[in-house]
Design a binder for this molecule. Structure first.
Ligand code: SAM
Length: 260
């Protein structure tokens, strides 16, 4: 198969994903900016804005946020910022988990350099596989986020069931991921760009063509918005409406499910 990775078994997929993210960890930000023309930042803003996490007026409960595949800390900091800025919430907790210690170290480094979150005991970083999350207790989390991570998981249904396990009743699962473009012309352009330009830029900017080739292929293999919404439902979540919102014509999409 020209997709190359289609036939890899579970262990080799995990180690392959490990290699890909170890190799991109330090160049991760610049490549994201180059490949998406900076748009990933707007998507992440929109994602967190839509969720609007933070303790609501009148409640004194501390919320527990869990950002899965959160390596860089990009989503985690936005969530804490939102909680503070829109709700005056400076007591809720954030756990950032990632399977890759190098990505996690990158996030920790950024937390340490962050004017607000350096030495903040509310933020924890844990090496964890999203499929098991064995250090996260049942029904312990209010919000589970995963951004640009889930398509790399070996067993997505298992990760969704685990998300369901760790959320409290009433807890929210939210995913930001590359998805399927819903505009014919744009899809042609996007496909050309993905297969021809991105691996080349990977070569030029990060000296690593293969990792970026893999990233492009993983986007192509990921299910459609509707199929993924169904998978979220199959894991036990309730969807609001059709369960997703497209960003930039479906280049990315946000899926949300609630554990009732
Ligand atoms: N969420 C961050 C962001 O949006 O900038 C990082 C996304 S990065 C593209 C994907 C992350 O998924 C990597 O850090 C990788 O190590 C992590 N990952 C892949 N498979 C995983 C798994 N099974 N469990 C936890 N994290 C995983």
């Amino acid at each position: 198969t020209h997709f190359g990775f289609k036939t890899v078994d579970k262990d080799s997929k995990e180690s392959l994903v490990g290699q890909v993210f170890s190799s991109v960890a330090s160049k991760y930000d610049i490549m994201n900016d180059v490949m998406s023309f900076g748009i990933h930042r707007l998507w992440k803003d929109e994602f967190v804005n839509t969720l609007n996490p933070g303790r609501r007026a009148g409640s004194n409960e501390q919320l527990s946020f869990l950002d899965v595949a959160g390596g860089s800390g990009d989503i985690a900091f936005r969530i804490l910022d939102n909680a503070k800025r829109r709700h005056g919430d400076v007591s809720s907790n954030m756990t950032v988990v990632d399977i890759n210690p190098n990505m996690l170290a990158e996030g920790e480094k950024r937390a340490a350099a962050h004017p607000e979150y350096a030495n903040d005991p509310r933020i924890k970083f844990l090496v964890q596989n999203a499929e098991t999350l064995d250090q996260i207790p049942d029904e312990s989390q209010d919000l589970y986020t995963v951004a640009f991570g889930i398509r790399n998981f070996t067993n997505i249904p298992k990760a969704l069931e685990t998300a369901h396990r760790v959320l409290k009743p009433g807890g929210v699962f939210a995913c930001l991921e590359f998805s399927k473009v819903d505009n014919f012309i744009l899809d042609q352009v996007y496909t050309q760009y993905s297969f021809n330009v991105i691996p080349m830029m990977g070569q030029i900017v990060a000296g690593d063509r293969d990792s970026y080739q893999y990233l492009v292929e993983s986007i192509v293999r990921f299910p459609t918005q509707e199929k993924f919404a169904q998978m979220i439902q199959d894991a036990g979540f309730t969807l609001a409406g059709d369960g997703y919102k497209n960003l930039t014509f479906g280049v990315a999409a946000v899926h949300i499910g609630v554990k009732l």
